[in-house]
Design a protein. Structure first.
Length: 191
């Protein structure tokens, strides 16, 4: 049996992040599969078919999507869970929402951003009010672009920053929930 943990992702930047982050989390016996989609609508339109048609019956699935500032996080998660239920494999699925965007994870760990992008002095700003609890920022991607003076690029930046993110960081509850969810699904596969 191949122990597969399949990630259904909203976009390529999430794929880039997980490519560099997962080797630091997962047991070597787990095979991660990353399936990026072309945005939110594409993910939601194809999620049922992708999970239902997946060939490994023992695979576990984690759906990762941005909340975006205009959406109710709980309603969004319920909608995605309902799609997972339509697959006939709801127990094999987990939904994780990045509140409000993936860049929130990076703003919660400015030391990782400083190291990854070689921009001295950014980590000192972690103590400022807005970066202590970045899940509440309206546009984390814009904040990160401003903070890095345009050096952050969505895919390449995600790949580099993922190598340095502190797995125990609690400033972003959505990051903490993602890491915890990955570890729970890993434990289920190894049981």
């Amino acid at each position: 049996m191949t122990r597969e943990l399949v990630f259904l992702l909203e976009e390529r930047s999430a794929e880039a992040l997980l490519e560099s982050l997962l080797p630091r989390i997962l047991d070597a016996r787990i095979v991660p599969r990353l399936i990026p989609f072309e945005g939110k609508q594409d993910l939601e339109k194809k999620i049922v078919r992708r999970i239902r048609g997946y060939q490994n019956p023992d695979a576990r699935f984690i759906v990762v999507r941005d909340q975006d500032s205009h959406q109710d996080c709980i309603a969004l998660k319920q909608r995605l869970l309902a799609l997972c239920a339509q697959t006939g494999k709801p127990a094999a699925c987990l939904v994780r929402i990045a509140c409000t965007e993936l860049e929130t994870f990076y703003l919660a760990d400015l030391a990782a951003v400083e190291t990854a992008l070689c921009i001295p002095g950014i980590a000192k700003q972690q103590g400022s009010r807005k970066f202590r609890s970045p899940d509440h920022l309206g546009s984390p991607s814009r904040e990160l672009g401003t903070l890095t003076r345009g050096q952050y690029q969505k895919v390449a930046g995600s790949r580099e920053i993922g190598k340095h993110l502190d797995l125990g960081n609690t400033r972003s509850p959505s990051f903490r929930n993602l890491i915890g969810g990955v570890r729970r699904m890993e434990a289920a596969l190894l049981a």
